[in-house]
Design a protein around this ligand. Structure first.
Ligand code: C2E
Ligand code: MG
Ligand code: MG
Ligand code: MG
Length: 284
């Protein structure tokens, strides 16, 4: 009897897995087509100085408008693209869009005599593993005219821990070229403080899961990350800031920058340019 139940359970489980696999294969094919046919977009989420609330940068976030299924979240399609290797082509495409857009911001800021917002781009583990990745980045900077100091690459702890030696080498080379580096989703991975000291980074990004529980829970972890950053002379960005109360708490705790729905959702390039223009108008 037990055997029969087991087999039945397996019989129910297998088609379910097949459906998921089929969906992944279909998604991968459609994603490849979207990349070729212009079905992908890059949105930009603004980042602000916690103290002055001035716009200081923006993060490039991939968007896929699927013809039948509507908007598909990067949380769903990035893993599919990672598995198939398509993320390398996608990542290069995002980098090119983002650097070209960042170069426009430099021109806009030059005209107004204000500091240009920097552009942050997420890097996937697969991209970092590619030997020529830094060359790709440098060529993209040259092609778009974006100064290296305006570009920030977001890496995660887990991808850095995959191969610490090569990661450190990549980070050193990137920094020597003027590129800035952040650790994304800091605190959700498992890197130790000893490694943090070895990583030549500029900034830590506090994950939304910690920010969202402020100012009730989460204060211990967020305070610890902020003081850690201070000791290592790193900037800190709090992600997922959704309330005034959270922003105020972060400002008092000494957090450098804030990113979240309270201050601005990810938006099309044109909307972010308007935000840059609006910042420029003196407030009376
Ligand atoms: P991430 O890099 O940690 O990006 C932050 C995510 O938090 C974004 O989700 C953003 O829309 C969301 N977020 C920001 N503020 C708030 C807030 O106040 N409330 C809420 N509820 N959410 C907020 P998104 O755009 O869905 O991206 C999810 C993840 O997908 C990103 O997490 C990143 O890991 C990955 N991703 C997105 N674009 C790219 C890309 O071009 N390349 C790579 N490799 N990964 C990407
Ligand atoms: Mg990110
Ligand atoms: Mg992330
Ligand atoms: Mg993050």
């Amino acid at each position: 009897h037990a055997k029969k139940t087991g087999r039945n359970r397996l019989a129910e489980y297998v088609p379910e897995m097949t459906l998921r696999t089929q969906r992944r294969i279909r998604l991968e094919r459609e994603l490849r087509r979207a990349l070729e046919a212009g079905g992908l977009e890059v949105h930009y989420q603004p980042q602000f100085d916690c103290g002055t609330e001035q716009l200081v940068g923006a993060e490039a976030l991939m968007r896929w408008r699927h013809p039948e299924q509507g908007f598909i979240s990067p949380a769903e399609f990035i893993p599919v693209a990672e598995d198939s290797g398509l993320i390398v082509a996608l990542g290069e495409w995002v980098l090119l869009q983002a650097c070209a857009e960042g170069a426009r911001w430099v021109h806009m800021a030059e005209q107004a005599g204000t500091p240009p917002p920097s552009i942050a781009v997420n890097v996937s583990a697969r991209q970092l593993r590619e030997k020529g990745f830094l060359d790709v980045v440098m060529r993209t900077l040259a092609a778009t005219g974006l100064p290296a100091t305006q570009l920030e690459l977001e890496l995660t702890e887990s991808m850095l821990m995959e191969d610490v030696e090569s990661a450190v080498q990549f980070m050193r080379d990137a920094r020597n070229n003027g590129i800035r580096l952040s650790i994304d989703d800091f605190g959700t991975g498992y890197s130790s403080l000893a490694y943090l000291q070895r990583f030549p980074i500029n900034q830590l990004k506090i994950n939304r899961s910690f920010t969202c529980s402020l100012p009730n829970d989460g204060t211990t972890i967020v305070s610890a990350v902020i003081s850690l950053a201070r000791d290592f002379q790193l900037a800190v960005v709090a992600e997922g800031v959704e309330s005034r109360e959270q922003l105020e708490w972060l400002r008092r705790a000494g957090c450098t920058y804030a990113q979240g729905y309270l201050l601005g959702k990810p938006m099309p390039a044109e909307a972010l340019r308007q935000l840059i223009e609006a910042q420029r108008q003196p407030v009376h």
